[in-house]
Design a protein around this ligand. Structure first.
Ligand code: SAM
Length: 329
C-alpha cells in the first residue's frame, strides 16, 4: 500500500494506538504519554526539543553557548550553508534552533566533507530514527539527497512527517511525501520521478515494523544518530541485515553515532562494540564524536558531559551474502 501527502498523516494517526514491535523498554516509557491532537502533540519526550523560537536575552544566551559548537563546525566547508538551512527550517516550523538541530547540522557538514561525491541530488539517503525530521529536512534542503527513506517508530514517524509538512508546506507535502507499507507500495514510490534540477527531493517513509522494506531501497548512504543506543540488540541486528542486503547490490556508506554503552529501563544493556560490525567493513572514521560529548544548559556549569561517551563510525558496509553467513555457521 502507498499513502501520499495528508493521507500519510491520517494513516499514521490511526496507527498510534497499536503496539510497535520495534519499541524497546526505553521507547515504551517515553511514548507512554504520547497523544496526537490533529494540530499538535502532547507527551513528546526523548527525541529532541521543540521549544518556541528563542527571543531576546534567551536567544542571545543560546547563541553564545552554541558558539563552541559552531567553532567545531567552522572546520567543515559546508557548515555555514547548512547552518543557515537549519535556521530556515526551524523558522518555517515555528520551533527553536536548539542544540538537537545544531548537532544534525554539524553531522551533515562533517559527512559532506568526508563523502563529497556520495551526497548529491542523485543519491538516496536513509535516516533511521530521526527527530522532528531534522536530518531528513537538512538532507533535502541542502540537496545532499534527491530521495530520503525515513524509518521510525510509528508515533515518532508521525511527528517527523508533521514537521516535514510544516517545513515544506502542504502543497509540496502532497506531491513529494509517501509512506509505504509493503513491497508493491515501495515499488510505486520508487518509480516516482525526482526532478533533480528544480525539485526539492522526495521522502519515502517506512514504519519500523516494516523495516525489511529497506532491503529493496536503492540506498547510497544511511545515518543513525543516537538512536540504535535505545534499541534492543535484535532490532539493531535486523537493521544491519537490511543494509547489508542493499550493500550486496551497491556501495552503501553507513554512519553510526551512538553511546558506547547504555542501560535501558528494563536493564537491557546496549553496546556499540556489540553491533554486528564485520571485520571487512571499510572504516573511514572511528572516534569519539567531538560534538556529541557535551551539551549545554543556560545555568552554570553551562557545559555538561552526556551520561556516557558517544562514538561515531563511518564505514563502507562489507557485502555479506547469506551464503557467507551460512558457511560460517
Ligand atoms: C534519541 S532519539 C534521536 C533522534 C535524532 N536522531 C537525534 O539525533 O536527536 C532516538 C530516535 O530513534 C527512534 N527509534 C527508536 N526505536 C526505533 C526503531 N526500532 N526503528 C527506528 N527508529 C527507532 C526514536 O523514535 C527516535 O526518533
Amino acid at each position: 500500500m502507498i499513502y501520499s501527502g495528508q493521507a500519510v498523516i491520517d494513516y499514521l494517526a490511526s496507527e498510534v494506538t497499536k503496539e510497535d514491535p520495534g519499541e524497546s523498554s526505553h521507547w515504551r516509557k517515553f511514548h507512554s504519554t504520547f497523544r496526537f491532537k490533529g494540530d499538535g502533540f502532547e507527551g513528546l519526550q526523548g527525541f529532541g526539543g521543540c521549544a518556541k523560537p528563542y527571543r531576546g536575552l534567551r536567544y542571545m544566551g543560546h547563541r553564545f553557548l552554541q558558539r563552541r559548537y559552531r567553532l567545531i563546525g567552522s572546520e567543515f566547508p559546508e557548515f555555514d550553508k547548512i547552518d543557515k538551512l537549519g535556521e530556515e527550517i526551524t523558522t518555517c516550523e515555528g520551533r527553536a534552533y536548539d542544540l538537537d538541530v545544531l548537532r544534525q547540522v554539524l553531522t551533515l557538514s562533517f559527512l559532506s566533507y568526508c563523502l563529497p561525491n556520495a551526497l548529491s541530488m542523485q543519491a538516496t539517503g536513509c535516516v533511521i530514527g530521526d527527530g522532528f525530521a531534522s536530518m531528513t529536512s537538512l538532507l533535502l534542503a541542502s540537496r545532499s539527497a534527491g530521495r530520503v527513506v525515513l524509518i521510525n517508530l510509528t508515533k515518532t514517524l508521525l511527528v517527523d512527517l508533521y514537521y516535514i509538512k510544516l517545513w515544506m508546506g502542504a502543497a509540496a507535502f502532497e506531491s513529494r511525501v509517501d509512506l509505504v507499507t509493503d513491497e508493491g507500495g515501495l515499488q510505486r514510490a520508487l518509480a516516482l520521478s525526482i526532478d533533480i534540477d528544480t525539485g526539492g527531493g522526495r521522502v519515502v517513509a517506512i514504519q519500523a515494523s516494516h523495516h525489511e522494506l529497506l532491503k529493496e531501497c536503492p540506498v547510497d548512504f544511511a545515518f543513525n544518530i543516537v538512536s540504535m543506543q535505545e534499541m534492543d540488540l535484535p532490532v539493531v541486528m535486523a537493521y544491519f541485515d537490511d543494509l547489508r542486503a542493499v550493500a550486496v547490490k551497491r556501495e552503501v556508506f553507513f554512519y553510526c553515532c551512538n553511546r558506547e554503552e547504555k542501560v535501558l529501563p528494563d536493564g537491557t544493556r546496549t553496546c556499540f562494540s556489540e553491533y554486528p560490525w564485520h571485520e571487512d567493513d571499510k572504516i573511514l572514521v572511528d572516534e569519539l564524536c567531538p560534538w556529541h560529548q557535551f551539551y549545554y544548559v543556560l545555568r552554570p556549569p553551562f557545559y555538561r558531559p552526556y551520561d556516557g561517551l558517544i562514538r561515531h563510525r563511518l564505514v563502507t558496509l562489507h557485502k555479506v551474502g547469506l551464503n557467507e553467513e551460512k558457511l560460517k555457521q
